[in-house]
Write a protein that binds this ligand. Structure first.
Ligand code: NI
Length: 168
């Protein structure tokens, strides 16, 4: 696999609907994928990107550092736990669904555990916007997209963008 050949895939690419498989070993190949994903996320000015979005059904996603002090965070084989179940609604977009915005209800407080690109255990807790990003990206690892959560009004509002994507 040539990481430089990876690119962002859009709906309705079938890999976006797969349940991704755990990463067995965090090795140089995984790190090369991560590097390429950061390039793609930055080019697209995204705030998160999951491996299935570049055609790899692996349990791995990256997020942008909101303060831009680092290149961002890497979460491999992430496990999410709700620590504050108050639901909040906010508008979400997705690099695999250009032109589409959906209001999504999500629990506010999340604990995330996983591995970083060096294979070390990492953990974080947040009730900030990043907790929403973790949940959005984790949905990608389970084949879920924000269009699965549209209300009938949103389906109507996004009808044209969705149809254009589905026609290719
Ligand atoms: Ni997305």
């Amino acid at each position: 696999m040539d990481p430089s050949a990876l690119d962002i895939l859009t709906h309705p690419h079938p890999v976006l609907r797969l349940k991704a498989e755990p990463v067995k070993t965090v090795d140089d190949e995984v790190r090369a994928v991560v590097d390429r994903m950061f390039e793609l996320m930055d080019e697209a000015e995204g705030i998160g990107l999951a491996a299935p979005q570049v055609g790899l059904a692996m349990r791995l996603f990256i997020t942008r550092d909101p303060d831009e002090l680092t290149r961002g965070c890497v979460w491999i084989n992430p496990e999410l736990e709700v620590v504050e179940d108050t639901k909040e609604s906010d508008e979400e977009g997705c690099l695999s669904l250009p032109g589409i915005l959906v209001n999504v209800d999500r629990p506010q407080g999340i604990r995330i555990r996983g591995l970083n690109e060096h294979g070390e255990s990492v953990e974080a807790v947040s009730s900030e916007h990043i907790a929403r990003v973790w949940q959005h990206e984790n949905d990608h690892l389970n084949g879920r997209l924000i269009i699965d959560r549209m209300s009938s009004m949103e389906r109507l509002r996004n009808r044209r963008a969705l149809r254009d994507l589905e026609r290719g």
